[in-house]
Write a protein that binds this ligand. Structure first.
Ligand code: SF4
Length: 337
């Protein structure tokens, strides 16, 4: 598929032309080449004939009953499907959004509790496919009155650190002041703990946030939930994360699963693991996935777990599961391909 760089070459654009096109698409949020009236007519005709305005097609969008989550089913040029989610947060004086972006079609990591892992793995997304997810969400956010107040989390389908060829260039565009101009602190990459990827991403010095999908505090238990732990053991991953902690508070995601990782001993193991670290923990009530046999703990049990961590001095939140009713929450994305 041809890209805007091909267009720039073919139409012999000076650098300002490409900047103009990016600005119209990403900031003015025009919705088609024909709306780019600053371009000569012949250029618009060429673009119409050669490059789809968006490289992802919206197949379906769903909005949660309370209006705080929107999920898109998107189709790539080769007819594969992914999902992207926009979460809308409202406080008395402000409204902001978080775009949950997919980095792969399916996921090879096979985490035991995750719907995406059950899909299998199809291919990596391109940087343009990563960025178009953000653009689709940004257009919707603008309609809802959210302008310039967007966070991006790479927590959708796939393991972003297995697709750094696309994820790093996409992040660079997101934080480029001449493009989407997001503050790096608004971008968070979440990983199951891919060591070489962690090292490479750190060396890029992008100053973005990091989240680790932890879900268990001991090697043995984590191995049962996340096969990646066999290749990249937890202690080595935690050692590598020390470097990140010097620059930013690292977010640890911990999906609470009844009878698996929600006991007082599990809380104590978690406290031991994160003691003295620049860490914040996000407890996530499990969103049960058919066929896994895992269940969400009772609210009382989850509150008890939270209290133990708080008493141990950990910065901890228990996430309200937005978008439950449209299966837009953590570990539930499962575009049928
Ligand atoms: S939790 Fe993340 S890394 Fe694990 S299978 Fe699901 S998408 Fe992949």
């Amino acid at each position: 598929m041809e890209t805007l760089l091909d267009a720039a070459r073919e139409l012999q654009w000076k650098p300002f032309r490409l900047r103009q096109v990016h600005h119209a698409r990403e900031t003015e949020l025009v919705s088609g080449w024909d709306q780019m009236t600053s371009l000569p007519q012949k250029d618009r005709e060429w673009l119409n004939g050669h490059i789809p305005f968006d490289c992802l097609k919206v197949m379906k969008s769903e909005i949660s009953e309370d209006g705080t989550a929107i999920k898109w089913l998107l189709e790539t040029g080769d007819k594969k499907r992914i999902e992207t989610v926009l979460l809308i947060h409202t406080a008395p004086t402000k409204k902001w959004g978080t775009v949950c972006i997919s980095s792969q079609i399916g996921c090879p990591m096979k985490c035991a509790f995750c719907a995406t892992g059950k899909m299998g793995f199809f291919r990596n997304l391109t940087a343009d496919e990563v960025l178009d997810q953000f653009l689709i969400a940004k257009r919707e956010a603008a309609k809802q009155g959210i302008v310039g107040n967007l966070n991006v989390v790479f927590m959708g389908m796939g393991e972003p650190l297995l697709n750094l060829e696309a994820v790093i260039p996409a992040i660079k565009v997101l934080i480029d002041p001449k493009r989407y101009s997001l503050s790096p602190t608004r971008v968070t990459v979440s990983t199951s703990g891919i060591l070489p990827g962690l090292k490479r991403l750190f060396d890029e010095k992008l100053n973005i946030g990091l989240a680790l999908s932890l879900h268990a505090s001991t090697h043995e238990l984590r191995l049962k939930l996340m096969p990646a732990n066999a290749v990249y053991p937890l202690d080595e991953v935690m050692k590598e994360i020390r470097k990140w902690e010097k620059k930013t508070e690292v977010l640890y995601e911990y999906i609470l699963i009844e009878g698996v990782n929600d006991s007082p001993k599990d809380a104590r193991d978690l406290l031991k693991l994160l003691k003295g670290r620049n860490a914040k923990i996000n407890l996530i009530p499990l969103n049960p996935v058919e066929g896994t046999g895992f269940r969400r703990p009772a609210a009382r049990a989850m509150m008890g777990f939270l209290r133990l961590l708080e008493e141990g001095g950990l910065a901890v939140t228990l996430r309200h599961t937005k978008g439950d009713d449209i299966k837009a929450a953590c570990g539930q994305l499962n575009a049928r391909n």
